[in-house]
Design a protein. Structure first.
Length: 260
C-alpha cells in the first residue's frame, strides 16, 4: 500500500494534515466538496472562510509511506502542534476519531441534540449489547469515573423531562428486571453508607429545597393510591410503636423550636 501524508496550506502555512491513497488533486477536490456541502467540522469551516475571502488552499506532500500511514499522520500532526502551529484537525490523527478536541466534542454534541433515534437504530443497539458481560475491572473503572460527578440543574431538568416522556415498561421488561434483581441483597456496609448520606444536614437541605413548592398531581396521587391498595401493612409491633412515637416527638419538638 502506498499512502501519501499531505498538508493543506493557507498562503503557505500548514493548517491541516491528512493521509490518502488517492492523488492529491482528487483529495483536495473532496475536501472542497465537503466544505461546499456545509459539512460542520473545524476543517470545513476554515475552508469555507477561505473561499468566502476569494482564496483557495494548496495541497503538498509531506511524506510517502508503504503502509496505511496512520502512525506517520499522528507523528506529523504532533510535530506541527508541538511547534505552535494551530491545525484544524479535529483529532490527533490515525484511523478513527482518536482523542477528539473539546471543540470537536462540542460540535458532535450539538449535531446530535434533538435528533430522535429510529426504532431500527434502537433495535440494533439492543442486539449489539445483548450477551455482553461487564467485568469487575470495567465496573470499577466506570464507578471511579463517575465518583464526584454532580449533574447540573439543567441536566437534572432534562433527565426529569426525559423520564416523564418515556413510555411505560412492558411486562416483558418488568419481568426481566425482576429476574435480574432477584436474590440481590444490599450489604450492611452499603445500607449504612446510604443511611448516613440521607441523614446528613447537607443532603436534607438539598432535598427540602428541591421539594419546596412541589405538589403531587391528582394523577400521581391516584397512581400511588392504586399501587398501595391491597398491600398488607407490616405488623404493628411494640418496637414499631416506640419508633413511631419517638420520631413523632422529635418532629413536634422541632416544629416548636421553629415557631419560637
Amino acid at each position: 500500500m502506498r499512502t501519501t501524508i499531505y498538508a493543506l496550506r493557507e498562503k503557505g502555512f500548514v493548517r491541516y494534515v491528512g493521509k490518502t491513497v488517492q492523488s492529491l488533486d482528487n483529495r483536495l477536490s473532496q475536501h472542497l466538496m465537503d466544505a461546499r456541502k456545509g459539512v460542520r467540522t473545524h476543517k470545513c469551516y476554515w475552508l469555507r472562510s477561505m473561499l468566502n475571502r476569494g482564496l483557495a488552499p494548496t495541497i503538498t506532500t509531506l511524506e510517502i509511506t508503504s503502509d496505511d500511514g496512520s502512525k506517520d499522520e499522528i507523528a506529523w500532526i504532533k510535530y506541527f502542534r508541538d511547534h505552535g502551529i494551530e491545525l484544524v484537525n479535529g483529532t490527533d490523527g490515525g484511523d478513527g476519531n482518536s482523542n477528539p478536541s473539546a471543540e470537536t466534542r462540542a460540535l458532535w454534541s450539538a449535531q446530535r441534540k434533538g435528533v430522535p433515534k429510529t426504532p431500527e437504530h434502537n433495535a440494533k443497539n439492543s442486539a449489539a449489547q445483548k450477551g455482553k458481560i461487564i467485568s469487575a475491572e470495567q465496573r470499577a473503572k466506570i464507578s471511579a469515573s463517575h465518583k464526584g460527578l454532580h449533574p447540573s440543574l439543567e441536566a437534572r431538568h432534562n433527565m426529569s423531562i426525559a423520564g416523564r416522556n418515556r413510555p411505560p415498561r412492558s411486562p416483558e421488561t418488568c419481568a426481566r428486571l425482576s429476574r435480574a434483581l432477584m436474590g440481590h441483597v444490599v450489604s450492611p456496609e452499603t445500607q449504612a453508607k446510604i443511611n448516613k448520606a440521607l441523614r446528613s444536614p447537607e443532603v436534607r437541605a438539598k432535598i427540602k429545597a428541591a421539594l419546596m413548592g412541589h405538589s403531587v398531581s391528582l394523577a400521581a396521587r391516584a397512581k400511588l393510591s392504586k399501587a398501595h391498595k391491597g398491600k398488607p401493612m407490616a405488623p404493628w409491633t411494640e418496637e414499631r410503636r416506640l419508633k413511631f412515637c419517638t420520631t413523632w416527638a422529635k418532629r413536634r419538638d422541632k416544629q416548636k423550636e421553629n415557631r419560637v
